[in-house]
Design a protein around this ligand. Sequence first.
Ligand code: ZN
Length: 298
Amino acid sequence: MKRTALRVMVGAGLALLLAGVIPLAHAQAPAGMKLYAFSSGGLTVPKNFLQAGAPATAIQVPVGFYVVRHRKGNVLFDTGNNDRIITDPSYWGAFIQGLNPVRTPDVAIDVQLGKIGLKPDDFKYVVIGHMHLDHGGNVGKFTKSTIVLQKDEIKNAFWGEPGTPQNYIPGDFMMLRNDPGQLMPNKYPMIQLNGDLDLFADNSVVVKRWVGHTPGSQMMIVRLPKTGTVILTSDSVYFAENVTKNLLPDVSLAYDPGGIFAAYQYIREMQAREGAKFFTAHDPDAWKAMKKAPDFLE
Ligand SMILES: [Zn+2]
């Protein structure tokens, strides 16, 4: 056998061998997929609110949200604080003093998405981790997209369980509901889940129902071609340290504490199984280290 032919055969064998060891998750991630992190400003909260047992010292936390670019469409995960508070602080009522949100014009969602040349109409799906004021705030701007929510979260936002409705601002999402007397309750396209959803049927963007922080919270698993698996937690996790030390937030932010512990356990399993990373919305240290738009992970 000629040397070149042998080399080709060995090369092909090596390629097959390598293909065999590439984790399934990476092999399935479509080429060109990207993940971007954006800022909706920040909030000031006592630390023990987000981590029970911590000092009550006021800390400023980021309000993050994320965009996935996929060849079948763009996906937004969370929508930050409603832009209206930038010019009209009264919109949040008493929350404006309590949470002292960053209200500079640069945190408006249009300005943020503009960093990568996107407008609200450019999204196929808008997945909301939960409908609290710092996550569902701008959902009303995405009326051309399909909104993806858990049915339980829709119900809780509109007609909350006792003790849970305090962090929802009805004005953020009332427009999603059709007028009384109309045949369909939804004014705009919406998927109402009672479970998980593989958005593009390729395992690369998977919405996970996660009852814990609220009755209808959800996380989103993103499997990127080079970075691998990233779990977007919304408020199922506040700080990375809450996962490593198994720490709950304050009881007022833990509708189902067992569900939150289960989220931490799921993240540890995904770290072991797929080398997964996780991004929260409010961890100041993790946020500092994160690549922010227009930079991206691929
Ligand atoms: Zn939050």
